[in-house]
Design a protein around this ligand. Structure first.
Ligand code: ADP
Ligand code: TRP
Length: 344
């Protein structure tokens, strides 16, 4: 189904992905899979928030590489560019013009209370740094305004995000409300709603050390290392020292927690029973886990590697098509906003 022929009542779901590293199994289970399922029900807009990454990244080659890698990962996982608008934030200059307008209707106090900014100040305080704003750039400070514009420029209805991003979506509603209050006669922004995973269904995938798998903890299993690398990392997952023949508690085992996301209910039940009974060692459990993860990722890895091959322009073509669609929508919003505020 092409975007333009989708029924008028289809709601828009939009989310941004910050390309700051390789996509790992936690991102796959917690973000990619649910986002692709959502694309069945919503008109979906997914984009690489590369300019958001610039608040912390200072290596041009790395930013370029991760942006391609993250985009290739989503396509390899099954994102269908015919049904999803898939683009790079930096390809849509309209967003950055709108950002100025929206920053002029945003209270500075609101930004002072933003979690990421407050966390940076707390770190300085804990480290005894006198200037609490040391190391804080204006990009980090303005981050929520740019994110609000990402959302508002595309007339978004719902924003699927992890819990850590909830405040940003609430800020978006505040900022849009403030614009609507001041200039609503000329243009009215749609107020978006966050969509956060339910506490009871939001499983957090553990990393190698058992803490939440996260780039910030350096404990990840990247999706698309080689098969050998995947095997090696799975062998490094922390386990207890219960001997092979003894009964084990599957639910507290990181190996089993990850396995549950990659095997069928029948396979999971079988491994659970064997662990509980005793006789299955962690070495064997890891082998079973590797086989399951590798079976799911192998075909995706092949597609990823193809998309990342130098000279293959498929990725650029997909992103260029997405940019045209995104610019068209953001351009219409920007024109209306320019008239509403009096510069056109
Ligand atoms: P990281 O912690 O590695 O920097 P991000 O914060 O960029 O990951 O998260 C991107 C998306 O992946 C978010 O939607 C987040 O909820 C999801 N995610 C990240 N780590 C995990 C995990 N360990 N388990 C489940 N979902 C995760
Ligand atoms: N800030 C989000 C993150 O760190 C990424 C992001 C940027 C985003 N713009 C967005 C998410 C718009 C949802 C909607 O994960």
């Amino acid at each position: 189904m092409a975007m333009d022929s989708s029924p008028a009542h289809t709601k828009v779901s939009l989310t941004g992905i910050k390309p700051t590293g390789y996509v790992h199994l936690g991102n796959y289970v917690g973000a990619i899979r649910p986002a692709l399922a959502l694309a069945e029900k919503y008109e979906s807009w997914y984009f690489m928030a590369d300019y958001h990454s610039l608040t912390s990244m200072r290596d041009a080659q790395a930013l370029r590489h991760y942006t391609r890698s993250v985009a290739a990962t989503w396509l390899a996982c099954g994102l269908d560019p015919e049904r999803t608008v898939f683009y790079r934030q930096s390809d849509v200059p309209e967003i950055f013009e709108l950002q100025w307008v929206m920053s002029c209707v945003t209270g500075k106090g609101l930004m002072n209370r933003a979690h990421a900014y407050k966390a940076a100040r707390d770190r300085n305080r804990e480290n005894g740094v006198e200037d609490l704003d040391a190391g804080v750039n204006m990009g980090l400070y303005n981050y929520p305004v740019l994110m609000a514009v990402d959302i508002l420029a595309m007339e978004t209805d719902v924003v699927p995000v992890g819990r850590d991003q909830l405040q940003h979506v609430e800020y978006t509603a505040d900022i849009a409300g403030s614009f609507n209050h001041l200039f609503g006669e000329g243009y009215t922004f749609k107020i978006p709603l966050p969509m956060v995973p339910d506490e009871s269904t939001a499983h957090t995938l553990p990393g190698l050390d058992g803490r939440k798998m996260s780039k910030s903890y350096n404990n990840t299993i990247p999706m698309f290392g080689t098969e050998k690398e995947l095997e090696k990392l799975i062998k490094r997952i922390k386990t207890d020292s219960v001997p092979v023949e003894e009964p084990k508690d599957p639910d507290s085992a990181h190996v089993f927690q990850i396995y549950q996301h990659f095997a069928s209910p029948a396979e999971v039940a079988e491994v659970r029973a064997r662990l509980e009974k005793g006789g299955m060692g962690w070495g064997e459990a890891k082998k079973v886990l590797f086989d399951a993860v590798n079976a799911e990722l192998s075909p995706l890895r092949a597609r990823y590697n193809e998309l990342m091959t130098p000279g293959n322009t498929e990725l650029d073509e997909v992103l260029a098509t997405g940019a045209v669609k995104a610019r068209k929508r953001a351009g219409a919003v920007l024109s209306a906003v320019r008239r509403a505020v009096g510069v056109a």
